[in-house]
Structure formats: structure tokens, C-alpha cells
Design a protein around this ligand. Sequence first.
Ligand code: EZ4
Ligand code: CO
Length: 402
Amino acid sequence: MKITNANVNITSPGRNFVTLKVETDEGIYGLGDGTLNGRELAVASYLSDHLIPCLIGRDPFQTEDIWQYFYRGAYWRRGPVTMAAIGAIDMALWDIKGKAFNTPLYNLLGGKSREGVMVYAHANGKDIDHALEDVAKHKEMGYKAIRVQSGVPGISSTYGVPKGPGRYEPAERGLPSEYEWATEPYLHHVPKLFARAREEFGDDLHLLHDCHHRLTPIEAGRLGKELEPFHLFWIEDPTPAELQDGFRVIREHTTTPIAVGEVFNSIWDAHDLIRNQWIDYLRMTITHGGGITALKKAADFAALYHVRTGFHGATDLSPVCMAAALHVDTAIHNFGIQEHMPHSDETDVVFPHHYMFKDGFMFPGNAPGLGVDLDEKLAAKYPYQRAYLPVNRKLDGALTDW
Ligand code: EZ4
Ligand code: CO
């Protein structure tokens, strides 16, 4: 089999997505997600201008060699743009392989290690009462695990909580909006939120929380320690992770499990975190981590150190990535949990798919390959719209991590 053609589709059914379609001389095609929130056009150009010309004529079954060709062969390694582009190609090639062998992707990755994939939902509210109402709503929908974020008194905007009515969506159309941040009120507030959550929902529901890179290691240690009575499933991204050593400090102070990695694009971003057992869950995902080839290896490496997966599954990863994640989750032994932020109805019809949700679990479905398609005609009705993630400032105006 030979790759005869590949093209990049950019569509915005509610939010922007970059999708690679790879075609072959046998009429089989594969899809890959290359969406990088707020930097979509850079990945599209990297694919169209630099990678696709080198892809034509290759054997799509050679996923390992093609991965190495674009990773090592670029000379300039790593980085989110490069790795999302490689991720899109790798995903599309595995999709082709599954379709060629007429089997769902998980069968090529070791087969089913579990019947279903436990997912966690996002609950949020402008204050504790509203956040807990949203937890109750998601529990009613069948979720066994729920991430809880709430507005903080004294701060006008908070990560994970919509500013007005409607669903929470991290990127906003137009130029970046500015959010406000203060650590002290946040640190006072979060233990109260989870004390109330345990009081109202008991011990059985898994509760999670995302600190979204805003604390120093010692502040994260304090938060983790204060949350111990409420036995969270994890706290996520407690501190920015360029300094992997920072997690040693957190670990010395708390037994609250730590999840990190949604902004990582290479196993080298997590190498020290894993081999020192400073984290419990690796949150990289298929698109930004360089594809199925790379994530399977990362998961296997993590398994040696008792680290499980908790792949990123925000709406800014397309249904193509969601499907890929669910196949990997189904196959690997050290799966932990999968993030599930449902896409809008507009997005779901542009990307018809076989995966489904039932009673707190998701299932990749049994269609060959990834089991996702792209309705190109419908996609064409939603042209790209400039959108950015917000930036964040402390109360004195200093720029900080969002
Ligand atoms: O803010 O994917 O855990 N989920 C998250 C996400 C991220 C977005 C950024 O594009 O932190 O909501
Ligand atoms: Co997160």
C-alpha cells in the first residue's frame, strides 16, 4: 500500500479543529487530529508546507519508521507544533492500518484489557453551591468520577468556570481575554469546596481538581495536605512542570495523588517525574504527545514506575483524538482514567463517530480503525475563526500562568 495524497482540513463547528486526511492507492484513508488550541494554523502549515510532501509515496504500515523520520529526520526535535503534526500523521496511519486489517485499533495495540474506560466529567459553578449542583447533575448522568472547579471569592474569574451562561470552553474567539488570579483566596477556598462535596456526596464518588499550573511547589504541598481528609482521586497540574524537580517538594508534603502532563509533548517532559515516582497519573495525550506510537511507549515506561494514565480529553482535542485515546485506554494495562468533556452537537455531527458513553464509562466501538469520520461538506460551512486561550494576571497586574 502507498500513500497517494494527504490534506489538512480546518473547521470551526463551535471551536477550531485541524484534521489530517491521508489517502492511499487502495482507497483506504485515515484521519489524524492536529489541533493545538490557539495555535491551529501553525500546525496546519507545518503539515502542509513541510511534512506532507515527504509523506507521499510511503508505506502507511511503517508507523515506526515514519515516526522516526519526522522526529529524528527534522533535526529540530520536539515542541508542541512539531509533535502535534507528527501526532496527526501517526494517528492517521494507525487508522489506515486498522481499516486495512478490518479491526478496531485496540486490537493492534494488545487487544482489550478492560470492558470499559472510566471517564471523568467537569462540574463547575460560580460558587460552592452552584458547583455542587453541577456535581449532582453529572452524578445523575452516571459519571463515577467528577472534576470540581468553583469561583473563588475575591477573584473575578477562575479557570474552569464560565464567565456567563453556557458551557465552559477554554478558548475564546477574538484576541486573548485577561483573567485575574490570587493564590491566597484560592488556597483558603478549595478545601471548603471539597469538605462540602464529601459531606453531600459521600465517599464513593471520585473527586478530582485541576490547579492549572498556578501554585508553587510548597503551596501545592499545603493544598494537597489540606485535601487529604477528602481523599481526592488527584490534583492536576499543581505547579508548572518545566522544573520536574519541583514535584519532589510536593511529594514530600502530601499523599494526595498528582496528575500532570496535558502540555507535555514528549516523554522527556515527564522522564524525571516518572522515574522518581513523583507523579501518579500521566496526562499527555495522543495529539500533542506525537501520536499512538509515542503514547504507547510513554504508557509502557510509566507502568514500570506505578504511574497510570489519565489522558487529556478537553474539547480542544477533536473527536478523532478522543477515539484514539479510547482505543489506547482500552488496550493498555496501566490505564487510570480518561478525561471526558463532551463536544458540542455541532462538532459531533461534523465528526460522526462510533465511540459512546454509558453509565460513567466510554467505549471505543468496534468499527475498523479509529471509528471516526469527517463530513467535509459540513465542515466547509464552518470556516476557521481566530481564537485564543486567555492570559492571566495577578491582582497587581503581573503576568502569571493561566
Ligand atoms: O485548559 O485543554 O484538564 N483540562 C484542562 C483543559 C485545558 C485546555 C487548554 O487548551 O486543563 O481545559
Ligand atoms: Co487540566
